[in-house]
Design a protein. Sequence first.
Length: 755
Amino acid sequence: MNSNNFQNISQLASRFVNNTNQHIFLTGKAGTGKTTFLREIIQVTHKNVVIAAPTGIAAINAGGVTLHSLFQLPFGAFIPENNINAENITFQLNTPKSLLASIQMNKYKRALLQEMELLIIDEVSMLRADLLDAIDSILKSIRRKNNKPFGGVQVLFIGDLFQLPPIVKDNEWNVLRNYYKGMYFFNASALQNNQPVYLEFEEIFRQSDPEFINILNHFRENCLDESDIKILNKHYKPDFKPSSNENYIYLTTHNYKADKINSEKLQELKDKSYTYDASVIGDFSEYSYPVEYTLELKKGAQVMFIKNDYSGEHLYFNGKIGIVSELDKDNIEVSFTDGSPSTRVEPYVWENKRFTLNRETNIIEEKVIGTFTHFPIKLAWAITVHKSQGLTFERAIIDISSAFAPGQAYVALSRLTSLSGLILTAALPKSDLEQDALVFNFTKQKTDKLKLEDSVAKFSISYIEEVVSQAFNFLQIINRVKYGLLGYNKNEIRSVKQKHSSWAVEVLKSCENEKQIANKFVSEAKQILTNKTEKSILHLRERVIAARKYFEPKLQDISKSITTKINELKKEKGVKKYVNELKDLNASFLKQFSKINKAEALINSYLTNSDLSIKKIKESTFYKENIELKQKKKVAKLKSKKEKKEPQVNTKDISFKLYNDGLTVAEIAKERGLKNQTIENHLAYFIEQGKLEIIDFVEQEKIDRVFEIADELETINLGPIKEIVLDDMTWGEIRLIMAHYKRIKAPEIAKKKEE
């Protein structure tokens, strides 16, 4: 992406993220670079960042977690007041009071949210206003900052509001309408007096056809006219039948339609069928699987890549369609009709991440808690519009025979690179294609670039004042020492800790002395920034450097005293809890040193008109001496642990053996450190092979019911069946039954293929 517009907006967005505490809404048409920016900013920002999204699949794609899991949100609706203005409520409804009463977070999750500086929410078009207000309530409570939206956390919202909207049921809206003008994220109460900075990537990289780009723009601007409709309806061809080498993909609104088309097309192929199972290790929810657990393919199957080629050779990209040209039990080769060379498909590893706070460095780190490894392809004769977000197609048949949600028509059309690849199964009616007026009005808030550049400077000074105040605020350290002193209240004979109470009192006195001096400096810093001129910033830098030179040795002396005490205690017994308490206290000093150095670096970035990146932080002497060494030791330890770990082989066979040894599914999962659903997937393979009996796992009544549904729908895919049985059966039960179904129906399926 070499566009000047992309670079300019990207740099401006980066400065807003790194040099201010202002909320940001980063948007852009499909294919303008929003995902590219997301990947770049998490690599360069100096802030403690957490990435989240409204849905599981969106979270996996963004490299983050779901908002519900991050904030432990209950399901249901939320109103921003404790008094409910409604009667006869038939759904779960949360208020700030009931929400906070139900939250049960451990101290580690609380610490993470307290240290989080930047929250990135991807696919924000699907984020409901009430969910955002619930997040606001939780952050204010946990961070003890009720006067600041989101408890002082900066929020970067990324998404395109003209795409898929938030989902709200009619009975929910009948209540929520008393509190909200609409359900889009910008309708949240938390943002009404604190609107995010509106930044937009405008240059489109997916399409180059001016006529098509104009039509897509007209969709977004609510000015689609008869000539646009006429141009689009030229592509209405209800009886169109593509040849097998044209690589058209069918875009439809419902899962069952896409599954049925893919299943029928696969069955039409005469070659041998191969199945490939995913490898799931650790914690990876079935609802977040990026592709089906079991992939069934044949030579000649039309497939789509769902990831870019990470080899660096650009052999394929996310959304590229090809044909399976060769395959066996271990290998898949896909060829293309665009002249590009065929490629061997390599397995891809999707990671389910959790964010944790490193108590030593006070840095939020990503921790992989589960992986899903599979070939990054799926059958691609058809796909739903919802699952097509983020993909690019050269040719598509678009089905709008069912009612489109607002934005679905735009999402479907904007997947295409040009009009020449468009086929419509039904003519487009203009009346059903208008965008939501709330979204259209919100987009008018976009500020021109010159005003944004002026405002980033203004917001930067406010952020400098905030960071300097925090850097020289020793209240948290004082409180930690005072809290520790509460434990020095036992008889010396009964408590080792009590022997050191006089030492702790001296530590507190030293901290309080420095706190008084620091408070005076904070007042001085605020006075210096009264004028908010470059001269005042230069003056502030001089004073911050002087303050750093004064406070660092003072705080280091106290820190050394704590370290010495920890080393002394190693010789005694029964002091583990006390030692951990002192380690946490010492970590507070490292955190304070870090804040002071960051304040100085932030001022330097302002004076050089650049944004403060993690690279600049890591180049500082402080970082190298205090943090880098600890991180290197940790990495070395993890590598050593990884090298000792034996590779996993024949994973299905291991589960099969343990089951035959008499272990239950739950016992096997516990034994192997895997999830129950993974073990069920392993055993399903042996049920299909006829080596295990289905009746040992599921009641006959459920087996009969699933067989009946599968026959009626003429499908072996789990999704359509699960939609009908809803919560009566688990995914695992359905998967086991369908493995049995495939074995029983194998002769019948083979006969249909011959016909």
